[in-house]
Design a protein around this ligand. Sequence first.
Ligand code: AMP
Ligand code: MG
Length: 412
Amino acid sequence: MYLGIKTKLNINIMVSVAEASSVVLTHLFTPSVETITFQHAVNRVLAERIVADRDFPPFDRASMDGIAISFASWKKGRREFVVQDTQPAGVPGKSLEDAQQCMEVMTGAVLPKNTDTVIRYEDIEINDGTARLLTDDVVLGQNIHNQGHDAPAGSILLEPGVLLSPAEIALLASVGKVTVQVFGFPAAAIVSTGDELVNVDATPQPHQIRKSNTYAIQAAMRTLGWAGTVFHVPDDKENMVAAMKSMVETFKVIILSGGVSKGKFDYVPAALEEIGIAKLFHTVNQRPGKPFWFGVSKEGVTVFALPGNPVSTYMCFYRYIRPWLLQSAGIKAEQTMAVLAEDFSFVPKLTYFLQVAVKIENGKLMAYPDPGGGSGDFANLKNVTGFLELPAEQTRFVAGELFPYFPFRPMV
Ligand code: AMP
Ligand code: MG
């Protein structure tokens, strides 16, 4: 399927974005399982089933501060109740001995025996040990959070594949999961190429620039709980082959940036093939990021060789590598769609990744185009929240149309 259109030079295998994506997603990895403390599990992917060890909540719980009464005596017309005792939270359940009386109860306390209705302090007045109702609006069972209402003991709270948010951390804490199994992702090498690149702490010569792509990828990976080690190889084929040979022995995933295009010193594809990484495609019908190269080795090393222009690297990560990681971990994420907020046109017959800033307006995700100055203009990424994928066969895109949206940053 992906042995599609060839370029004029007949050296590349060009695929569409959909084909590239499907090739990448048919080469998923099998994640390992790690045990970590639950406090470090946010943003990790759950690898085990989490079951309620007790009912949620574990007892009939007063959900308001006030008094607990027997509804039957209210029904018979009683509006004043002598306070028998107080039921604080964290104390075993007491018992209301006289149904004509009441028990003061605190939020989180066990509902006293022989009571079935809680009236909040706001709706009563207590004088000389007697509570008098200020409202006639009383319903049987009000202000009580019933035992097992949210989840019965033994029920499944979470299945493997859940991306753990703070809400799930609360559940893990609640069932006493001090340690939890999460998926571990394969160690990745993140490799920059290019003789113009210098280290972040260096002062560049006029013809040099500091490396940034590898750090953007490393940071994007960290948000997924995925660790990557940063490397650099020069634009020298022998050097590159030697460096990659040793990398494939240590790493299961190699993400390269730069050196995959048609430049005289773009040795990455040749070096990868020389060390036995089988090319599955090279060049994708997309802008930015057209020279993207993807391959796998017999030993199961997956190589993403991304074009070096910073916006290309960035978008290829979010369009291909992130979904590859999430699907490998069993996360079934639905494709987000956003509404194009303004007319836009793009004539070349390429899928265009349009940088957009999304805003929620009238409940809709509205995407405002901000294309920036091309694939080298990575400063523009600070102005946008993600990109829309505009199909290759269309040239005019009308405000109001829906397109797949790939976010770089969470909504705030
Ligand atoms: P290349 O794909 O090697 O032709 O590089 C395309 C452009 O991206 C060049 O201007 C490079 O200097 C730039 N570039 C390549 N790698 C990086 C990197 N790691 N950080 C920042 N810019 C880069
Ligand atoms: Mg280069």
